[in-house]
Design a protein around this ligand. Structure first.
Ligand code: CMC
Length: 430
């Protein structure tokens, strides 16, 4: 039996059989590519509620079961046993590395961690109070003006080096954004540190004093990076793919991903959660804010709650919550009143009929900000941390897309609801 879905057009009496495709996991997908050609219809799906935009072998999510797999490996196992650069290798190349392969990959990342000295001038054009995400969008976009030798997207060697450069330089660019905002000199990367350790070094060391990277902070940051490294076709990854589908260079594509990530419904939520917890202020105010979150006339939403795909606990949120206990305990901040407040808020929401009925659970951003805060990372840098980690996912998806034989420009259609034909009137006759 051929696996098809039959579409019957009751207006014309015509019917077509559309192939039903089965992936290795998840819901089957029927291929509507012939629908317009044969029946003259488009489909409408704002927000992509039921639409798969591509084939992908990078990451799988089962939102009902709360499962997240990178290249088939459960996120819990990677969080427990792996490191960010090993996960980066896995996402980019599809397999876990042997030790020598990981060493070579790490050496390559280290080799590319510096930025062109002229790029530093870019920062001077930003006011000191510019949001670091605004700086990131600009500076990452400008990389294409510096690294012309890796922008031929049809050359696999160029694709590889561009991806490595972005992964390697992102912490340096991010730390420089932070240093600019506080008026301190930029700190060069140092290859003696791990990827996460290097970021802490570049953010917090100053030329006049010795800085020792705290191993607890380094481990916590590395783990958060593992959890954020990819999340299949989310808004920013889809933005990177769409920008890349036109043949735009990878640096410009990643800059577009950073822009999409910034919004509070996506990566900007980690910053919004912390601001919300500060606004709630005290456990006694929780019920007032829960009531507001349920009121459709009030724009307030419980930030860090809900997800388009997870209708169960986000597995990343569970890992981060456990890590909060450990990290805050080790950094001597276990009594952080905002952590207490967050845990109580979660408990109240999870027992509230509105959140139960709509299957709204804490997502990855609900607790991550509390860890960043304990590490001394300022609120406006939270989404930048997300961008650093997600660069790996963006690069893996961009590389996968460009390498596909059937790759073509992404060009959605629309249901036009504007005026029909009208004739131009000269301005004095309107
Ligand atoms: N607080 C209160 N109500 C909510 C919330 C929330 N956080 N999230 C969803 N709802 C309600 C929503 O009003 C809607 O109600 P109704 O069916 O009566 O209209 C229902 O739940 C479904 O929500 P939706 O907005 O249609 O769902 P969506 O899939 O379009 O949006 C979301 C998903 C993540 C944007 C949304 O849940 C949200 O805004 N959450 C808060 C922001 C947040 O934490 N974002 C981080 C997402 S995870 C990290 C990442 O992707 O980067």
């Amino acid at each position: 039996m051929v696996d098809v879905v039959t579409i019957i057009d009751s207006r014309s009496g015509k019917s077509i059989e559309l192939p039903l495709l089965h992936g290795t996991h998840g819901s089957p997908v029927f291929d509507i590519g012939r629908l317009y050609r044969e029946l003259g219809y488009f489909t409408l799906d704002p927000g992509f509620l039921s639409t798969a935009s591509c084939h992908s072998a990078v990451t799988f999510i089962d939102g009902e079961q709360g499962i997240l797999l990178y290249r088939g490996y459960p996120i819990e196992q990677l969080a427990e046993n792996s490191s960010f650069l090993e996960v980066a290798y896995l996402l980019m190349r599809g397999e876990l590395p042997m030790q020598q392969q990981l060493d070579n990959f790490t050496a390559l990342i280290n080799h590319h961690s510096m930025i062109n000295e002229s790029l530093k001038n870019f920062y001077l054009g930003f006011n000191h109070d510019a949001h670091p995400m605004a700086i990131m969008v600009g500076v990452v976009g400008s990389l294409s003006a510096f690294y012309h030798d890796s922008t031929d997207i049809h050359d696999p060697a160029h694709r590889e080096i561009a991806a490595l450069r972005m992964i390697a330089k992102m912490p340096t660019i991010a730390a420089a954004s932070y240093k600019h905002s506080i008026g301190e000199p930029f700190v060069y990367p140092s290859n003696k540190h791990s990827y996460a350790g290097n970021l802490l070094h570049m953010m917090f060391s100053v030329p006049s004093e010795e800085y020792v990277v705290d191993p607890v902070a380094e481990k916590a940051l590395d783990l958060i990076f593992v959890l954020h490294a990819d999340h299949e076709q989310n808004a920013s990854t889809s933005t990177v793919r769409l920008a890349g589908s036109s043949g735009a260079n990878p640096f410009a594509c990643i800059a577009s991903g950073i822009a999409a990530l910034w919004g509070p419904a996506h990566g900007g939520a980690n910053e919004a959660v912390l601001r919300m917890l500060e606004e709630i202020g005290d456990i006694s105010n929780i019920s007032k804010f829960i009531t507001r979150a349920k009121n459709k006339k009030d724009p307030f939403r419980l930030m860090g709650f809900g997800h388009r795909i997870y209708k169960n606990y986000d597995p990343r949120a569970r890992i981060i919550r456990d890590m909060c206990h450990k990290v805050l305990g080790k950094l001597g901040d276990e009594q952080d009143p905002l952590f207490e407040l967050a845990m109580r808020l979660e408990e109240v929401a999870l027992n509230d009929d509105y959140f139960i009925e709509k299957k709204l659970y804490p997502n990855v951003d609900f607790y991550s900000g509390l860890i960043y805060r304990a590490l001394g990372i300022p609120i406006n840098m939270f989404t930048v941390m997300f961008a650093i980690a997600r660069t790996v996912g963006w690069a893996a998806h961009w590389t996968e897309m460009i390498g596909e034989p059937e790759q073509r420009i992404g060009r959605p259609r629309q249901l036009y609801v504007g005026p029909q034909h009208r004739d131009y009137q000269p301005i004095d006759q309107r």
